[in-house]
Design a protein around this ligand. Sequence first.
Ligand code: PEP
Ligand code: MN
Length: 334
Amino acid sequence: METAEGIARSGRVTVFRSGIWKPRTRPNSFEGVGEKGLAWLQRVKKEFGLLTTVEVANAEHVELALRYGIDILWIGARTTVNPFSVQEIADALKGRDVPVMVKNPLHPDLQLWLGALERIHHAGIRRLIAVHRGFYSPSSAQYRNAPLWEIPIELKTLQPELPLVCDPSHICGRTDLLQQVAQKALDLNMDGLMIESHIHPGQALSDARQQVTPVQLTELLGKLIVREASSDDVAFANQLQLLRGMIDGIDEDLLNILQKRMEVIEKIGEYKRDNHVTIFQLERWQEILRTRTASGLLKGMSSDFIEKICVLLHKESIRRQTEVMNTATEKKKP
Ligand code: PEP
Ligand code: MN
C-alpha cells in the first residue's frame, strides 16, 4: 500500500502492476501471495485511483482476477512461450471484455509473440497491448535480457495499430540502466513504460536488484524527454525513426560480436605465446581473406568492402596479440 501511495503521488502513473502469482525459475522461491493479494489491489484502486493489472498464467488466474475487478491482465514471458497455456487463457477470456497485455516470449521469436497475440485476439479481446521485456541471450552483456530493439520494431511495422509498452526493469535487471532504456523506448515511439517499484528495494521478495523506490521512479519519469516528430510528414518521420532504431540495434549486435571476436583473439594470442609461435601466419591470413570475400559475395557484398573490413580486423587482432606477447615479456623480467 505504501508503494502504491508513493507511485500514485508521482502523478505520472496510470496503472499499478502486481505479480500475485509469480512464475519462478526454482521451486521454494517466493511465488506470490495468491488470491488475498487481489483484495489488496482493490484497495489500491479505491484509495489511490490507480488502475490495476496482474499476471495471469492459467484459466483460474483469469477467473479470479476478473472476479476481483482487476482492470487489465498480462501474460508473462514464460507463458507466451507456451501455446497450450496461452490457448487456455484465451478460452477463459471468451466473452469477457478486458484489456490484455502480452509480453514477448523469453527467446527472440517474433512469430511466437504474434501467435500469442492472435490467440487472445481470436478469443474476442480487442484491447490488446504488446510488452517488450527483452530476450534471453547467452551473452546479453550488461542487460539481464537483451533488448534486441529490431524485434519490437518489426512487430510495430507489422501491426502499427497495436500499442507497444516497454518494460525496462526486466531488460536491465539493474537500476542504473533504467533511465537510458526508458528514454530509448520513448525515442522509438513506444506507447508506455512498465517499471518495477518497491519502497524498500533491498527487501523485495523478487527481482530486488531491478526495483526503484517510488521517489526514484518519479525522478526517472520526470527526466524523460518526450520528443515530437520533427518533420511535417509524421508518417515519414515515424518510419525513419523505426528504421534508425533498427540500425541502432544492429550496430549494437555488431559491436557485441566484435567484442566476442577480440576475446577469442586474445586467447589465441596467449596460446601462441605459451607455445612460442609467431603472431602472424601468412597462410591463415590468406585463408581468411579468401573465405570471407567468397561468403560476402554470396550475401551480395563487394569483395573490396569485405577485404577492407578483414584488413581492419586483422590489424587490430595483431595489435591485441602483440599486447598479449608483451605482457609475457614483462612478466619474465626480474
Ligand atoms: C514480471 O513482470 O514480474 C515478470 C515475471 O516478467 P517477465 O514475464 O517479463 O519475466
Ligand atoms: Mn519480475
